[in-house]
Ligand binder design. Structure first.
Ligand SMILES: [Zn+2]
Length: 95
């Protein structure tokens, strides 16, 4: 044991920027600049600001305010899928 801890790797939480590559795989575009509205508390955040937890079978994006799951990524037979049922709205930037 050396006592050194890799920075930012203890809780498994990342920010939405970590999902840029996954968004391109699933949606064909980078949604990190999109506005996501929580279906539970109706708060709106930039996707890049959301907390991403990578411990589950796939990445889970949670609302920073109420902790509800907003996006759940899964991989089925090699195909990336996403459950967006926790979101009230997902608005791509620049439209
Ligand atoms: Zn919320």
């Amino acid at each position: 044991m050396t006592g050194s801890t890799p920075a930012g790797h203890e809780s498994g939480a990342l920010d939405g920027n970590a999902l840029a590559g996954l968004f391109v795989d699933v949606f064909g575009l980078d949604l990190t600049a999109a506005a996501a509205t929580c279906g539970t508390c109706t708060s709106t955040f930039r996707v890049a600001e959301l907390a991403v937890f990578t411990r589950a079978p796939g990445p889970v994006v949670r609302c920073p305010r109420c902790d509800s799951p907003l996006m759940v990524f899964l991989e089925r037979r090699g195909i990336a899928c996403v459950d967006l049922s926790g979101l009230a709205l997902l608005e791509p930037a620049g439209t």
